[in-house]
Design a protein around this ligand. Structure first.
Ligand SMILES: C[S@@+](CC[C@H](N)C(=O)[O-])C[C@H]1O[C@@H](n2cnc3c(N)ncnc32)[C@H](O)[C@@H]1O
Length: 290
């Protein structure tokens, strides 16, 4: 699965490196999504020894996971070295059980069948090839291990996309994976019992510049390969602001985030179909554990 196929990964990495110092200031939505994602662990009985925080950023999920599973070792993996440096700042000085890995989610340098739980919040929407990412996750998870993630769906920032369309024809908002294709990619990678849910979260702003500041502050730049490279002038930004006005409700401008939550289990043994079909089998005992 290669959707969205048009990200410039060097631009993604650069944007997150540049945003490492400002991320926490602007990441209220990201923290809310992470809290909602991690609350799903209340309904599982996993007792992980090794957890991977995939796309760890400045380590918000890691800190929650450390509290939840104080005996577990945590691997923080991220494409952007500056994000990992920022995360390092919140580590315990002594007896830290953290390990830092600068890596692309498509090629995780972890041993096969070594991880009990992978948590990934709001990172997969930046991944070029979701099939490769899930295949890697299936490889490093122990049999019966859990993958829990949040990502963004195609309705995300639809107001901003529509407003930019009134200014010019260039792509300004990244494209996002459709939830159903994400589920298909999970099954294709050998995961069993995938569960996908979506909800729309809306952040409101006094003006469009507030939204643009938040996006820049967290590193969520337009990384589309066909993006316009030039800086925008005052005239374009004024036109953007005018076009966004039609969405104003109760005095505020909304920005919608189609938030997708998913989880799936690595099979008890390697049941990935060798013939390209999507049939996977697993023992009944595995069902009882959930
Ligand atoms: C929106 S932040 C989320 C950070 C953190 N999970 C949180 O909830 O605050 C996305 C993170 O994913 C990382 N990232 C983006 N693409 C990645 C990739 N292909 N492989 C690994 N990390 C990636 C970015 O560097 C960034 O730190």
């Amino acid at each position: 699965m290669n959707s969205p196929p048009d990200l410039d990964m060097r631009a993604v990495r650069r944007a997150f490196d540049d945003a490492a110092a400002t991320y926490d200031l602007h990441a209220a939505l990201q923290r809310e999504v992470a809290d909602r994602l991690l609350a799903r662990l209340d309904y599982t009985t996993v007792k992980p020894s090794l957890i991977l925080d995939l796309g760890a950023g400045t380590g918000y999920c890691t800190r929650q996971l450390e509290q939840r599973y104080p005996r577990a070792h945590l691997v923080l993996a991220d494409l952007a070295p500056a994000m990992l440096s920022a995360a390092r700042g919140s580590a315990r000085r002594f007896f830290s059980r953290r390990h830092y890995v600068c890596a692309d989610a498509r090629a995780l340098p972890l041993a096969p069948a070594s991880v009990d739980l992978i948590v990934s919040s709001l990172t997969l929407q930046w991944c070029e090839d979701l099939g490769a990412v899930f295949a890697g996750c299936a490889r490093i998870l122990k049999p019966g291990g859990l993958l829990l993630f949040s990502t963004l769906g195609p309705d995300t920032l639809h107001e901003l996309r529509a407003a930019w369309a009134a200014v010019d024809d260039a792509p300004h908002v990244n494209r996002f994976h459709d939830m159903h294709l994400v589920g298909d990619a999970l099954i294709h990678s050998g995961f069993s019992s995938p569960v996908m849910e979506r909800e729309d979260l809306t952040v409101t702003y006094a003006d469009v510049l507030g939204l643009m500041r938040d996006l820049k502050g967290i590193g969520a730049h337009n990384a589309h390969q066909q993006r316009a490279r030039a800086l925008y002038g005052r005239r374009q930004l004024t036109r953007l602001a005018d076009a966004y006005e039609r969405f104003r409700r109760d005095g505020l401008l909304p920005a919608t985030y189609e938030t997708v939550y998913g989880h799936a289990w690595a099979p008890q043994r390697d049941t990935r179909p060798q013939d390209g079909s999507t049939v996977a089998t697993y023992p009944l005992s595995q069902l009882k554990r959930r």
